[in-house]
Write a protein that binds this ligand. Structure first.
Ligand SMILES: Nc1ncnc2c1ncn2[C@@H]1O[C@H](COP(=O)(O)OP(=O)(O)OP(=O)(O)O)[C@@H](O)[C@H]1O
Length: 254
């Protein structure tokens, strides 16, 4: 459904994303992993059409997204890592605004906005301003906003951020149902335990380059490591975290 072909994005000559290619098929969840600064957000900006790559192509259903950005965006749902929300609006008003911007019918907006708020346990707060919401409540509104228009391609950037255990569980189940519905999901997260459970395929990115693109089970088998977290740590050569933690505490006494 979505294909990146040799996408490179440079800032002042320095590549943030370097020759990245992958395909995301309908009915699959693709985990997009990488340490801080690896190029994940830059890739998402390219996929959402917010920035154009320096080189390469982004194809949706075989067509360059830049040839039909408005229609493409109508089929895209996106939960950003850091969202600018109009906090003076209530959750309900925000979803109504999003629905209208997406040219949904008033009928559908009315049904889906209230329904989603209620499914995410926000019925009681539907009319309160978002500024009064907790982080997790705001995140649930953002999830609702991304799904309201029934998109084909959905990008979740750190979606569990601030969610309580029950909502996180609902989110994991939601991913499975979205898969069954034939949606294509790009899932960016540092929570590797969840990634390992829900993703069909994972890409590990470091320094803007793809280090691995395989099923989580393939990666653990190939490397003979017990978890995706261990595979990830080995691939991106993160420092020994135990030693680093001890050094940090030692510095607190220095
Ligand atoms: N607008 C910009 N101008 C210059 N450099 C940028 C810009 N945006 C990102 N970069 C650089 O590109 C690289 C990749 O950044 P990016 O935000 O895509 O990483 P990330 O994987 O999303 O990191 P994180 O996990 O911390 O969110 C970093 O080195 C960053 O400093």
């Amino acid at each position: 459904m979505l294909e990146l072909r040799q996408v490179t994005k440079r800032y002042r000559g320095i590549p943030a994303v370097d020759d990245v290619s992958f395909r995301l098929e309908a009915g699959t969840v693709l985990g997009y992993l990488g340490p801080n600064g690896a190029g994940k957000s830059t890739t998402v900006k390219v996929i959402t059409g917010m920035i154009e790559p320096t080189h390469g192509q982004v194809l949706f259903r075989g067509r360059s997204i830049y040839d039909y950005l408005p229609e493409y965006r109508a089929r895209l749902g996106y939960v950003p890592e850091e969202a600018q929300v109009y906090t003076h609006l209530s959750g309900l008003e925000y979803l109504q605004l999003v629905g209208r911007l997406r040219a949904m019918s008033e009928d559908a907006i009315a049904r889906r906005a209230r329904g989603m708020l209620s499914l995410f346990g926000l019925e009681h707060a539907a009319e309160s301003p978002i500024t009064d919401y907790s982080k997790g409540m705001k995140q649930r509104v953002l999830l609702s906003a991304a799904l309201m228009h029934n998109p084909e391609l959905i990008i979740f950037d750190e979606p569990l951020s601030g969610l309580d255990a029950v909502t996180a569980r609902l989110f994991k189940d939601l991913l499975l149902v979205l898969k069954r519905e034939g949606k294509a999901v790009l899932y960016i997260s540092h929570v590797l335990e969840v990634v390992e459970q829900v993703c069909d395929q994972v890409i590990i990115l470091a320094g803007g380059k793809v280090l691995a693109n395989a099923a989580p089970q393939e990666l653990t088998q190939l490397t003979a490591l017990p978890t995706l977290e261990r595979v990830f740590a080995q691939m991106v050569q993160q420092t020994d975290t135990v030693t680093a933690a001890e050094d940090l505490v030692r510095l607190m006494h220095a």
